[in-house]
Structures are given as C-alpha cells and as structure tokens.
Design a protein around this ligand. Structure first.
Ligand SMILES: *[C@@H]1O[C@H](CO)[C@@H](O)[C@H](O)[C@H]1NC(C)=O
Ligand SMILES: *[C@@H]1O[C@H](CO)[C@@H](O)[C@H](O)[C@H]1NC(C)=O
Ligand SMILES: *[C@@H]1O[C@H](CO)[C@@H](O)[C@H](O)[C@H]1NC(C)=O
Ligand SMILES: *[C@@H]1O[C@H](CO)[C@@H](O)[C@H](O)[C@H]1NC(C)=O
Ligand SMILES: *[C@@H]1O[C@H](CO)[C@@H](O)[C@H](O)[C@H]1NC(C)=O
Ligand SMILES: *[C@@H]1O[C@H](CO)[C@@H](O)[C@H](O)[C@H]1NC(C)=O
Ligand SMILES: *[C@@H]1O[C@H](CO)[C@@H](O)[C@H](O)[C@H]1NC(C)=O
Ligand SMILES: *[C@@H]1O[C@H](CO)[C@@H](O)[C@H](O)[C@H]1NC(C)=O
Length: 430
C-alpha cells in the first residue's frame, strides 16, 4: 500500500503546531521587516542626491571686472585672474565614490596615471577637487586635448602652429586609439598620451575619454591649464596660436555648441535630473574654461542619468556635456563651437564634408576665417528636427563676431596634407 503525503489539516492555530512556533514566526517576520527598512534606507543613502546641490554657480569674469583682484597674494594681471569665481561643493560625487577619506589630489601620483589604467571615479573626484582650487602657478595655458583614432596626419601642420607658441602657454594631452604607436621623441605629441581605453563613437566610452582627458589636464599641477580645447586628428587650426590664445583668454564664455533637439526624445523621461526642454545637442569638439571642466569631471547625477537610459538616437558624446553645462550654467556657454565644419552638402550623411586637396586653397580659409555665422541649421538632413539656438556668432556679447579658430574635417591622405602644407603663413597665420 502506498502512502501519499497529505498536508495536515490546519488546526485552531493554522499550520503552527505549537504556540512557540507561532511566536517564532511572528518574530521572524518582524526581523525581516526591520531588515528591509534598514536595507532600503542604506540603498537610498548611497544614491547621489538628485540635484540637491546648489546649482547657482558663478560666471567667468571679464577683464574689466577684475582689475583689483589678487591671486595668491599678488596683484593679478587681467589674464591670470580669470579663475573660477565660486567654488562649489564636492557634493556632485556621492560618498561611496570618494577614494580614501581625507585623500586629495595632492596625494595622488598623477604621473602614474599616464602609465596605468585607473578607476575613473578616483581620478574624476580628485580632478574636481583640484578645479575648485586656485590655478597652479605659472602662465595660464590652453590644454589641447586630442582624441585620436589614428596618428595625426596633420602633425607637420600642428608642429608649425606650436612653433609660434610660447611653450609656457599651452599643453598637450592625447588619448590615442589602442593601436597607435608612440610618437617619436622629436614630436610635440611625444609622451603626452594618457592611459588608453577602447572608445566607440556616440557611446558613453567617448564621454569617459573626454572626462579623463579633462581630469588629467586639471590635475597636472606643473601646468596652469585654464582652457581646454577638444580636437581630433581631422581638425586643424585656422588661426595663429597668439590669436587663439587671446580669443580664449579674453572670453567670458565657454564654446559649447548647444541646441535643442525637440522631436526625437519626447518619450525620454528626464526628470528629476533635468527638464526635457533643457536637453541640448551639439558637436563634441568644444572648448571650455577650467570652471566648466570642473563641472564636467565632478558630475555624477547627469552622467548616471544619461548612461542608464539615454537610448534611441541618443548620441551621448553630443548630448551629455551639452545638456549638463546648459543646465548648470546656461549663460556661461556661447551655444556655438569655434570649430568650423561644413554640413552644406545635402548628401553629407552623418559626417560633415571632408576637405580634399581639390577644395584646399587660400580662399577656403579666408572664407572660414571671415565667417560671422554658424551654419548649424544644416547640421542634419532634416533640419526641422532641430530648433537651432544660434545663427550669428556672438563673442563676449557682441553679435556678428568672428566664429572660428579650428576647422574640420581634413583627411590623412598624403595629397591633402601636402596641399595644406603648401599654404603660406599669410593664409593660416602660422
Ligand atoms: C582698487 O584698487 C585701488 C588702488 O589699489 C583702490 O584705491 C580701490 O579702493 C580698489 N577698489 C576696490 C573695489 O577694491
Ligand atoms: C587690464 O586690461 C585693461 C584693458 O584691457 C587695461 O586697461 C588695464 O591696465 C589692465 N590691467 C592690468 C592690471 O593689467
Ligand atoms: C630620440 O630617439 C632617438 C632614437 O629613436 C635617440 O637616438 C635619441 O637620443 C632620442 N633623443 C632624446 C632627446 O631622447
Ligand atoms: C613623460 O611624461 C611624464 C609625465 O609628464 C614625465 O614624468 C616623464 O619624465 C616623461 N618621460 C620622458 C621620457 O620624457
Ligand atoms: C585680448 O586681450 C589682449 C590683452 O590682454 C589684447 O591685446 C587682445 O587684443 C585681446 N584679444 C581679443 C580677441 O579681444
Ligand atoms: C545660450 O542659450 C541659452 C538658452 O538656450 C541662453 O540662456 C544663453 O544666454 C545663451 N548663451 C549666450 C552666451 O548667449
Ligand atoms: C570678409 O568680410 C568682410 C565684411 O564682412 C568683407 O568685406 C570681406 O570682403 C570679406 N573677405 C573675404 C576674403 O571674404
Ligand atoms: C521650433 O520652434 C518654434 C517656435 O520657436 C516652434 O513653433 C516649432 O514647432 C519648433 N520646431 C520643432 C520641430 O519643434
């Protein structure tokens, strides 16, 4: 005869055999509840405060306002005084992303980061910390941040450009693709690369590279980097170094193209981090003041929001920093780029016109240098997808100013490089 296990019938105390069982179970349930509450509280505490920080940040200071300022105890020249005016708290980073308690940029062996891969959070936090301090001693510099997919075919041109520069006025940092060999020791790009990670276009990895380049340049205490210009191997300067230096140093705004892409992202819930109307788009090739660089490396909230759920047509490299800076400091960015690109060909696809040898002549550069309008209205095939904020270039509040310091795209073809190198100094200024 087979026996089948049949659940015993619930007695007066349900399934509990004894009074003791009942109390043990009740105790267990209470302990579980308390445990869950403690756990959820912990989870909540470990999240970054969503914009609980003070977003009202100062603005860049124009020369006229600074004639009485002092810097490190010495009366400052107009040029050296353009420092971050307000320091903002480190509360952009949640506690758990801090490195060792009490550590600061001073304790970090920055040189080591040129050699090894590091946890970005440590680097970024230290860099933000550094950005709130006075600029290191020395002449304020422009940090050129090169994001390279290949070696720089226009290297001879850049060498010509930097030959006109006071060595004390610039620094170079490169993020080369993994397969690029070291530059020879005669190159201005020699030994300037930061540790390399894999990068994909439109991807968060590209944003990571931008933030790491900014962080290295901010942390480099040997170099008083005040401006940060992002450039690629397809970019070239269209002005002399002294012109570019003054253009940046006298500017009261950073140059970040930022227009509102209205149609495509309607379904993306962006609150509470920012409002949909604050979403901005623009080219990656931007230039920013040290204060804005500090905001970019210090941000956690926007970064997580974008990384977590910016999908469907979301080109992170063209939206994250643009939206961040537009939201934190709308008046602090000029909403335009200083890098010329030509989208005028209706068949351009996803990239602007490449300037091949046949198109390279002095008139092209005169035209670019003379431009006082930014044609971002032709950014996309269907330009009605975008409402563009800027047609006329404004510099320090003056409309119809000259727009461009750099231009792209230029290929690495030998014939194109040769055509560029033939241009006399009177055309490019260097
Ligand atoms: C600026 O400096 C001048 C001369 O050093 C001084 O007389 C004046 O009071 C200062 N102004 C301010 C606002 O500090
Ligand atoms: C600052 O620049 C203005 C004009 O741009 C000039 O008149 C003034 O003398 C300069 N001040 C200093 C301290 O260099
Ligand atoms: C540069 O490298 C070459 C070999 O590639 C070497 O002979 C030369 O000494 C190096 N120069 C310096 C300044 O390191
Ligand atoms: C390379 O750069 C690092 C960091 O700037 C510096 O410490 C080192 O001396 C440089 N090495 C050479 C060979 O120039
Ligand atoms: C920037 O300021 C310098 C002096 O500090 C001046 O000589 C130069 O003309 C200014 N450049 C621009 C573009 O305003
Ligand atoms: C950039 O555009 C925003 C609006 O999108 C505006 O508030 C801001 O003043 C503009 N910046 C400049 C420098 O004009
Ligand atoms: C540059 O612009 C000015 C004024 O807009 C114009 O008079 C001049 O002819 C232009 N030069 C070139 C080379 O396009
Ligand atoms: C662009 O802005 C105008 C008003 O400023 C608005 O009427 C129009 O619908 C916007 N375009 C798109 C594509 O949203």
């Amino acid at each position: 005869m087979t026996t089948i296990a049949v659940p015993s019938k619930p007695g007066p105390m349900g399934f509990f055999k004894t009074q003791q069982d009942l109390w043990l179970t009740r105790g267990g349930v209470v302990a579980l509840l308390i445990g869950s509450i403690v756990f959820f509280k912990f989870l909540l505490d470990s999240q970054p405060n969503l914009i609980a920080v003070d977003l009202s940040v100062g603005r860049l200071t124009g020369a006229a306002e600074c004639q009485n300022c002092t810097y490190s105890g010495i009366a400052a020249t107009n040029r050296t005084i353009r420092l971050p005016q307000t320091t903002f708290q480190n509360s952009f980073l949640p506690c758990k992303d801090y490195v060792k308690p009490g550590s600061s940029a001073r304790d970090l062996d920055v040189d080591k980061y040129f050699k090894v891969a590091v946890e970005d959070s440590e680097l970024l936090h230290a860099a933000q910390d550094e950005s709130t301090k006075p600029l290191p001693d020395g002449n304020p510099k422009i940090a050129f941040l090169f994001i390279l997919r290949q070696k720089i075919p226009l290297e001879p041109l850049w060498e010509r450009f930097f030959a006109d520069a006071d060595e004390d006025s610039y620094s170079i940092y490169t993020h080369p693709s993994l397969w690029i060999d070291q530059f020879p020791n005669t190159s201005v790009f020699y030994n300037r690369s930061i540790s390399t990670k894999e990068v994909r276009r439109f991807d968060i990895s590209l944003v990571d590279v931008v933030r790491r380049l900014l962080a290295f340049a901010l942390l480099d205490s040997n170099r008083a980097n005040m401006w940060f210009a992002l450039v690629s191997e397809a970019c070239m300067p269209v002005r002399s170094f002294p012109y570019i230096y003054d253009y940046y140093m006298n500017s009261t705004t950073s140059f970040v193209e930022a227009f509102s892409p209205l149609q495509r992202y309607k379904h993306w819930e962006t609150r509470p981090v920012f409002k949909m109307s604050q979403l901005r788009k623009g080219e990656l090739w931007m230039s920013m003041h040290r204060r804005h660089a500090g905001m970019v490396v210090g941000d956690v909230t926007f970064y997580r929001k974008f990384k977590a759920d910016c999908r469907n047509d979301c080109t992170l490299d063209e939206q994250y920093i643009q939206t961040l800076l537009h939201t934190l400091d709308p008046k602090g960015i000029a909403n335009r780029s200083v890098t010329y690109s030509d989208w005028s060909n209706p068949n351009h696809g996803w990239s602007p016109q490449n300037h091949y040898a046949g198109l390279i002549n002095p008139e092209l550069f005169k035209k670019i240098q003379n431009r006082t309008e930014n044609l971002d209205g032709q950014y996309m095939d269907s330009s009605d997808d975008f409402n563009h904020t800027m047609q006329t270039c404004v510099y320090n509040g003056r409309p119809h100013s000259l727009c461009f310091l750099f231009a792209r795209k230029f290929s690495g073809e030998a014939a194109d490089v040769e055509a560029l190198l033939k241009l006399p100094k009177s055309v490019l200024g260097y």
